[in-house]
Design a protein around this ligand. Structure first.
Ligand SMILES: [Zn+2]
Length: 372
């Protein structure tokens, strides 16, 4: 069938003009099967031949010979006159997921669940009168290896902190007051800080709200978070939903301990949320200072440091290490003299740390490890 003929047929299908236009612009080069497809999709007055047009299935994505990472949507094109019941994808001959029963019969395939190697994909159509198997599409899966766990004995390079810093101010939760009150005060003295933000709470600019950290306070907008970064602040991650990562608290609405997968989701999604706004979050603080060694190992896959909360937990992963930034909690009742004394201790002989960790390297004098 020539293109001219095909166009002439389409012109006669006035009731289905929209459909015809779609086919004319998506099927190139024009093939006889296009006419069968048109009939199968409802062209008027289908011929006897069209009523029994054989079912065919072709994997249209991914392309044969392509290299895949992450999640790949597999798409098919099904033609023929029969009614499609389902499409079962197969990976190297084995069922890949469950049969897909709804048009357009696509399947999201997480390629990280298989090996980095060459693999063969096929699609089997279960149709009302005739089943069909697609031609094989050969792909190469080549996912990067998971990030290595930061060695607990080798301090990571943290370029987000100024080399001259001896004391770092950190703030949690991404509160609006950090933007409106704290930033101007620090800026007055030429200083910046770190704000560990809860990505799921950013934008909750009125109270009460649904932020798990505190429903009665207000949080920054994304615009304010980005402005803070542009002002020189470090923006770190403090999860998406502010859960307990290692324990649970039924009275606080979290009766169950998170699964490792749920912890990973909090770590990865918050990092992704920030990246979507141009923020490369390299450091993390854990809600409520709640962590254990298993959680720390997970955090270390994605972040260069972990800051606890008033050092509630033992720094013993697996022995004392530089990964955890220890902190001194400053509340409204803390006096300037108390803070000053802590800083003097740290600079002079590092007793701030040595109070708790006998094996803290004596030559290291900074409040923040590995800076000085
Ligand atoms: Zn918090």
């Amino acid at each position: 069938m020539s293109k001219d003929t095909f166009v002439a047929v389409i012109k006669q299908l006035r009731l289905f003009l929209a459909l015809a236009v779609m086919l004319a612009t998506t099927l190139a080069p024009l093939q006889p099967v296009a006419a069968a497809s048109l009939n199968a999709n409802g062209g008027n007055s289908p011929s006897a031949a069209a009523k029994t047009a054989p079912t065919t299935v072709t994997i249209t994505s991914p392309a044969n010979g392509s290299t895949l990472v992450g999640t790949q949507m597999i798409k098919v094109s099904v033609t023929g006159s029969a009614t499609v019941n389902s499409v079962q994808y197969k990976l190297d001959g084995n069922n890949l997921g469950s049969p897909v029963t709804a048009a357009p019969y696509s399947l999201n395939w997480d390629t990280t669940t298989t090996t980095n190697a060459s693999h063969k994909l096929t699609a089997v159509v279960n149709a009302s009168r005739q089943n069909a198997t697609s031609p094989t599409v050969t792909v190469t899966v080549n996912n990067p290896p998971p990030p290595p766990i930061t060695s607990p004995t080798t301090p990571p390079t943290n370029t987000s902190l100024a080399p001259a810093a001896k004391v770092s101010f950190t703030f949690d939760d991404g509160l609006a007051s950090t933007f409106t009150n704290v930033q101007p005060i620090l800026a007055k003295y030429g200083m910046t800080g770190t704000d560990y933000v809860i990505t799921g709470c950013i934008g909750m600019t009125t109270a009460p709200n649904t932020c798990h950290a505190n429903t009665d306070t207000t949080y920054m907008s994304w615009n304010q978070v980005e402005t803070l970064q542009n002002d020189g602040w470090e923006i770190g991650s403090h999860t998406v939903t502010h859960p307990y990562l290692a324990t649970s608290d039924a009275t606080d609405g979290q009766p169950n301990v998170l699964t490792p997968a749920q912890v990973t989701q909090e770590l990865v999604q918050s990092k992704a949320d920030l990246a979507a706004h141009g923020i490369n979050a390299t450091d993390f603080s854990t809600p409520y200072g709640d962590y254990n060694n298993a959680v720390l190992a997970q955090i270390a896959k994605y972040y260069a440091s972990e800051r606890g909360f008033a050092d509630q937990n033992n720094n013993d992963w697996p022995a004392y290490n530089d990964y955890i930034i220890n902190d001194y909690q400053v509340e409204g009742t803390t006096t300037v003299a108390q803070v000053e004394a802590k800083i003097d201790d740290a600079i002079a002989n590092h007793r701030w740390y040595r109070e708790q960790f006998a094996d803290y390297p004596k030559e290291r004098r900074a409040v923040i490890p590995w800076i000085w």
